[in-house]
Design a binder for this molecule. Structure first.
Ligand SMILES: CC(C)(COP(=O)(O)OP(=O)(O)OC[C@H]1O[C@@H](n2cnc3c(N)ncnc32)[C@H](O)[C@@H]1OP(=O)(O)O)[C@@H](O)C(=O)NCCC(=O)NCCSC(=O)CCC(=O)O
Length: 552
């Protein structure tokens, strides 16, 4: 078939899928047009498709997905507006969630405090001074019930940024759903569950790599049967980028980690087309607008090739890289904090033009503290303006075909492949992490950037140029200092009110199951959670069996 014929055949194919899609997800408007009345078509393509059009771009919803994973993209449905939120107690966070939903947010995203993230209860001495600080404190199912009070779990999808204790928090979510009368099979959402990037960049790990990978594949296997709509992992480049990596390293290391999870799942006996459709990704959006948009497009193309060509996945749903984006926290400045609103708007627009499925826009005050309600609202409004006013969502992949953006997409792809091949040669991501390879590469990149900022070669407005004396400090959110004491008291009360024999029995059964690597731990953790065993008790039980990881 000639290239022109191949192009029209694929176009027809795409048009057929569009027809099917819009039966289920009708387009937002009958007619799309510019302010001058110029009609806006669903998709723009080259007048004379060149040799490589199908191979490198294709149609939206078609391999290799450079132009997006859905045949209609945002013409049918905007990305999910999912603001990461959580602080203090479950009750305070529940209020913030409900406020954000009232303001038009379309998904939830839970920030947990550090003790929860590393598996300690609020009354553990390890938790001193950290309870409720960078996220909400969750000790037991009791807190989780409060967190989702009056939020119907069959109506909203929830992302939880939890890694080492992901299985515990997921079980709590299942248990809350059951109490609300929601079948686990109906639950939608995502758990981060990405331990490799914790070792590389974020730091909230508990166990060594091997048992950690086991817990992750246990979750894959369990969700496949019980929670088929839940995204089992959010393979995250966000924190790799925040630690100072380049855009190329961000996607290369993330996709290499993705390969390691696929390998672990296959080795545990799972079928690629069963688990791959529920793998999700999470990327950063920094300031270099065109490079960022190109990065997302390149990541989709690489992953689809990995899944189709390397792992021979047969289902197109296994080939699609679906991702959440958060704007770049490390790009925000404490100086002239309102400028951050502009940075966030540009970064968010690059994510939308790059085809993101879900988006968090940072608040202007995040370089100073947790966001105030007003800042969180402005951040949400920023995405709403992009969606409803800019026209960026009215045609698919508007940057497709730009000489510059296509060239950047190709270049990012080929540089990322070089890293992936290098990591393959080192024996894969787990070995590369253990050898400190990614960590060293990121440190070097971070050092180079910092040198450029300090020498003035790289401008940061308000920081090293256009500096102002600032008299007025913005209003900042303060976490109630009383919270730690009341949270400690609350977890102790849970321990006195539950059936102690049952709690003890559940923990013993969990310990025995953990000792046998062939057993899926999820049912045991679920039982323990339902008996009101705490995050700390469950993690301590696993610590005894698995040991702790002390870094490199
Ligand atoms: C897959 C994603 C990326 C997005 O999932 P969502 O449910 O929001 O969106 P979605 O899957 O695209 O859409 C929901 C459903 O609508 C369908 N759908 C959507 N658009 C469509 C279209 N145009 N045509 C047809 N169908 C469409 C999808 O197929 C899907 O159905 P089906 O399901 O039936 O296919 C998920 O993993 C996610 O929400 N991630 C969020 C992660 C997150 O918030 N992380 C915060 C980290 S914060 C962090 O780490 C901070 C830093 C720190 O603490 O260190």
């Amino acid at each position: 078939m000639g290239k022109e014929q191949e192009f029209s055949a694929n176009k027809q194919e795409w048009e057929k899928t569009v027809k099917k899609t819009i039966q289920r997800y009708p387009e937002r408007q009958e007619v799309f047009e510019t302010s001058s009345g110029i009609p806006i078509h669903r998709l723009y393509t080259p007048k004379h498709p060149q040799e490589e059009y199908q191979e490198t771009l294709g149609f939206p919803g078609q391999y290799p997905y450079t132009r997006g994973i859905q045949p209609t993209m945002y013409r049918s449905r905007y990305w999910t507006m999912r603001q990461y939120a959580g602080f203090g107690s479950a009750q305070e966070t529940n209020h913030r969630f409900r406020y954000l939903l009232e303001q038009g947010q379309t998904g939830l995203s839970v920030a947990f405090d550090l003790p929860t993230q590393i598996g300690y209860d609020s009354d553990d001495s390890m938790a001193d001074g950290e309870v409720g600080k960078v996220g909400v404190a969750i000790d037991s199912l009791h807190d989780m019930e409060t967190l989702f009070d009056s939020i119907p779990l069959d109506k909203v999808s929830t992302s939880m940024t939890i890694n080492a204790p992901a299985s515990v928090l997921l079980c709590m979510y299942i248990a809350v759903g059951e109490k609300q009368g929601v079948d686990p099979a109906q639950l939608t959402g995502t758990i981060q569950n990405d331990i490799l990037k914790e070792y590389i960049a974020r730091g909230t790990y508990i166990f060594p790599p091997k048992p950690s990978m086991r817990l992750i594949t246990n979750i894959f296997a369990y969700c496949q049967e019980e929670l088929p709509r839940f995204n089992t992992i959010s393979i995250s480049g966000y924190h790799i980028r925040e630690a100072g990596s380049t855009a190329v390293q961000e996607i290369a290391f993330t996709l290499a980690n993705g390969i390691a999870y696929v390998e672990a799942a296959l080795a545990s006996g799972l079928d690629i087309d069963q688990f791959a459709p529920r793998l999700a990704f999470f990327f950063n959006a920094h300031n270099q607008f065109f490079e960022e948009a190109a990065k997302f497009r390149a990541a989709r193309r690489i992953w689809s090739k990995i899944m189709k060509e390397r792992y021979h996945a047969k289902e197109p749903t296994s080939w699609k890289l679906r991702f959440h984006t958060q704007t770049g926290g490390s790009t925000l400045t404490a100086q002239q904090a309102n400028n951050n609103i502009v940075r966030v708007a540009l970064q968010a627009l690059s994510a939308v033009l790059g085809g993101t499925q879900s988006l968090h826009t940072n608040s202007r005050d995040e370089a100073l503290s947790l966001p105030t309600e007003e800042s969180a609202r402005i951040a949400l409004r920023t995405q709403q303006i992009i969606a409803n006013e800019s026209g960026a969502a009215d045609t698919i992949d508007p940057l497709g075909g730009s000489y510059y953006v296509e060239s950047l997409t190709d270049e990012i792809e080929s540089r990322a492949w070089e890293y992936i091949e290098k990591i393959d040669k080192l024996g894969g991501a787990v070995q590369a992490v253990e050898a400190g390879y990614m960590q060293r590469e990121i440190r070097q990149a971070a050092y180079e950037t910092q040198k450029k900022i300090e020498s003035g070669e790289k401008t940061v407005v308000g920081l090293n140029q256009f500096v102002e004396e600032e008299e007025q400090k913005p209003d900042l959110l303060k976490v109630d200092e009383e919270l730690e004491a009341s949270q400690k008291q609350a977890v102790q009360q849970v321990r006195t009110e539950r059936d102690p024999m049952e709690a003890d029995r559940c923990l013993k059964k969990l310990a025995a199951a953990a000792a046998d690597p062939g057993i899926n731990l999820m049912p045991y953790i679920l039982q323990a959670v339902k008996a009101y065993c705490t995050v700390g008790e469950i993690c301590n039980t696993l610590r005894k069996e698995f040991g702790e990881y002390n870094g490199i």
